[in-house]
Ligand binder design. Structure first.
Ligand code: PMP
Length: 354
């Protein structure tokens, strides 16, 4: 029975994150983390951490991190905003920019947090169906709307849309804010950051969680026009001045500085991904071409749910959603070569001989 006071409660159906098993022995290919450690300098700095400084509040703007990101991406520090993972940056962006009466648009198959934030903040939304190849139809984004958001590459499909298509969507939506969520762009996509010179209503969101191996530290950021970033800061400083903790600010800077390690790590993941595509094909899987650190695969004869459960029994975790359009697909994070070999060996046991 609902108590009287419950009628005043903001009720939401929350996002369900991928499982984080307590047991570290599992092969964890379910939440798109990087299988390699953070840059060596990060480990060194973490060991020398000034614990006494934790008495003090951190810098409210994360200035050092903002500056190193601005330098890296050739923009001004006033164009950079950082948050506690890109989920924080995205949630703050929904609250800040999607405040009109018209529905915001995003793809029907996409990051499953978007509809949660929309519901949380009472933002009307409409989803636009991806085509049979999991591609966006830019024509769908030409109707009046209250804002547009899509990941590029998309999740969970892994499909990358060329910048020309991204620009076509922005051009058709100059009266609203367009957010491109580039959580996976470092694994072979092309960033829309280069379009920022032309479009002051474009916001590009990225994260340290995947390509920079720092999901546990929670660092996300976005780059946009000075005006967009000012509006974001106004909302952030209306909720919590100290979003980013001290260790994250210090270690994040170090991660950006070691560009050679970043490039080497992402290249390793890309190599393993390309090899994994060939192996999965041999095992009877089909999938859209991925430019991310995961592969969205369906088997030609065996249902995804069955494979998901059989892998789980063998302590191999992949991601499965019992949702329209994607209930026969598995999202498999690209792990190390050894982890992927263990996956293929398990699949050879589970699947009927081709
Ligand atoms: N965007 C997309 C498309 C994602 O898949 C994720 C990871 N769940 C995020 C944003 C958020 O990642 P984080 O908060 O770790 O930066």
């Amino acid at each position: 029975m609902e108590e009287k006071w419950e009628s005043n409660v903001r009720k939401v159906i929350p996002y369900v994150a991928g499982e984080q098993p307590k047991n570290r022995d599992v092969i964890k290919l379910n939440t798109n983390e990087c299988p390699y450690p953070p840059a060596p300098g990060v480990e060194k700095l973490a060991a020398q951490m000034d614990v006494d400084a934790l008495r003090l509040y951190p810098n409210t703007n994360a200035d050092a991190l903002v500056e190193v990101l601005a330098e890296y991406y050739h923009v001004s520090p006033e164009q950079v905003f950082v948050g506690v993972g890109s989920d924080d940056v995205l949630a703050t962006s929904f609250l800040t920019f999607f405040n009109g009466g018209k529905p915001i648009f995003f793809p029907d198959v996409t990051y499953s947090f978007y509809d949660v934030w929309a519901d949380l903040y009472h933002i009307p939304y409409e989803t636009k169906a991806l085509d049979e190849n999991w591609k966006i139809n830019p024509g769908d984004y030409r109707q009046p709307n209250g804002g547009v958001i899509f990941p590029n590459p998309n999740a969970p499909t892994g499909v990358f849309e060329p910048l020309e298509k991204v620009e076509e969507i922005i051009k058709a939506n100059r009266d609203v804010v367009v957010i491109v969520d580039e959580a996976y762009v470092d694994f072979g996509g092309v960033s829309a950051i280069s379009l920022l010179e032309k479009y002051d209503n474009l916001l590009v969101v990225q994260t340290f969680s995947k390509s920079r191996s720092m999901a546990g530290l929670r660092i996300g950021f976005c780059i946009g026009s000075k005006k967009l970033i000012k509006y974001l800061n106004d909302v952030k400083f209306s909720i919590n001045s100290y979003t980013m903790n001290r260790p994250a600010q210090v270690l994040g800077v170090e991660a950006v500085r070691d560009d050679a390690y970043f490039k080497a790590t992402t290249a390793k993941v890309v190599n393993t991904r390309e090899r994994s595509k060939k192996e999965l094909e041999k095992l009877g899987f089909t999938f859209p071409d991925s430019k991310t650190n995961f592969i969205f695969a369906s088997h030609k004869t065996v249902p995804a749910k069955k494979i998901f459960e059989a892998l789980r029994e063998r302590n191999i975790f992949v991601r499965y959603w019992d949702k329209p359009r994607i209930s026969n697909s598995l999202r498999i994070t690209v792990g190390t070569d050894a982890e992927m070999d263990a996956l293929f060996a398990a699949l050879r046991e589970i699947l009927p001989e081709a």
